[in-house]
Design a protein around this ligand. Structure first.
Ligand code: LMR
Length: 335
């Protein structure tokens, strides 16, 4: 465990609290759910998390209090996964790119290039066989998946225009964790590097990396556009989250609270998925209005060239995520 002294202290306290809460009767009142995430409040996930808090507290009549810790204020990417396993926090919403440390590499299938036609199709697909398959994978790891949340499509940026696939040659590009993203950028000749989300702005500013990918809402709220002169609105891959809890913790909750909490999560999920597209459109417009970064759009021919160059990632992924999840994805996207 690579937790700092402060975090370790928090983890121990959290574990002790979780153990106490695990006793029948749930003596403590109100029950506190600590929900940690890495993005700003003013993003689809940030707003969805606050919606869940509002509804969970309302539907449980105040018996549950949800403490949302946004913007890596409690834990950074890797630490929050450890914190969930230790019981220091009870709920997370990591992107599917960050599930390998949980032993569920299959989630990275959704990071494949050009996998989803649009947000609506992503949202429909995860409600079916694909979502169930992925959540089943978490069960043996002591984790329960509650919902999939949308955050639109990735753009890509650098201090030079990225238009042709050859523009990526030798570029040091930040990725969030997925080996699938590592692979599609390698296919373009870049050198991907995993960095925690909270470290990206500074890494771009100081030249530790040259480039990054993310959605408009994440660019705007983290000000990445201020340190990247050119953004290509490529939408080459989709960014999605799975909201997860520690299974032991969740099943030990009093039954009369689980129903209102499930209802709150279902409604917060609908809300997040409803706002995701518009939030990203509005963010893109806001980025454009700042004039800090030039936006580029690919012609159909250029887009086709990206697709062709990244396409071998699909076959490569068989050895990473397994053929089963890929078959489900392909079946779901073509039906
Ligand atoms: C990233 O690290 O780029 C994203 O996963 C952050 C997020 O949660 O949207």
């Amino acid at each position: 465990m690579k937790l700092s002294r402060r975090q370790f202290g928090t983890a121990l306290t959290g574990a002790a609290i979780a153990a106490a809460y695990g006793r029948p009767g749930w003596a403590q009142s109100p029950i506190v759910i600590k929900y940690s995430h890495v993005v700003a409040n003013d993003t689809p996930k940030g707003k969805g998390s606050l919606k869940f808090k509002e509804l969970a507290e309302k539907y449980t009549g105040g018996k549950v209090r949800v403490e949302v810790y946004p913007n890596s204020s409690l834990y950074k990417d890797k630490e929050e996964i450890e914190a969930l396993q230790l019981g220091a926090v009870q709920m997370l919403g990591p992107s599917t790119a960050k599930f390998a440390p949980l032993g569920a590499k299959e989630f990275e299938a959704m990071d494949l290039p050009f996998a989803f036609a649009d947000d609506k199709s992503f949202q429909k697909i995860v409600k079916g066989e694909l979502g169930k398959f992925l959540f089943d994978k978490l069960e043996s790891k002591g984790i329960k998946g509650l919902a999939f949340w949308d955050n639109g499509f990735h753009m890509v940026s650098a201090n030079k225009p990225l238009i042709n696939t050859t523009d990526f040659q030798g570029l040091k590009i930040r990725i969030s964790g997925s080996k699938v993203a590592d692979q599609y950028f390698r296919k373009l000749g870049s050198i991907p590097q995993i960095l925690a989300f909270s470290e990206v702005y500074q890494a771009l500013q100081t030249g530790v990396v040259d480039a990054c990918e993310n959605t408009p809402s994440n660019y705007l709220s983290q000000k990445f556009h201020e340190v990247q002169k050119h953004i290509t609105v490529s939408y080459h891959a989709h960014l999605q989250y799975a909201v997860i809890v520690n299974s032991k913790y969740w099943t030990a909750l009093p039954a009369d609270l689980r129903t209102p909490l499930d209802k709150a999560m279902a409604e917060a999920t609908d809300y997040t998925n409803e706002i995701a597209t518009k939030e990203n459109e509005d963010s893109l417009k806001a980025i454009k209005d700042t004039g800090r970064s030039e936006l580029h759009y690919l012609t159909p021919e250029q887009k086709k060239a990206w697709q062709v160059a990244m396409q071998p990632t699909w076959q490569w992924a068989e050895g990473r995520v397994g053929k089963e999840v890929l078959a489900i994805m392909q079946k779901s996207t073509s039906s």
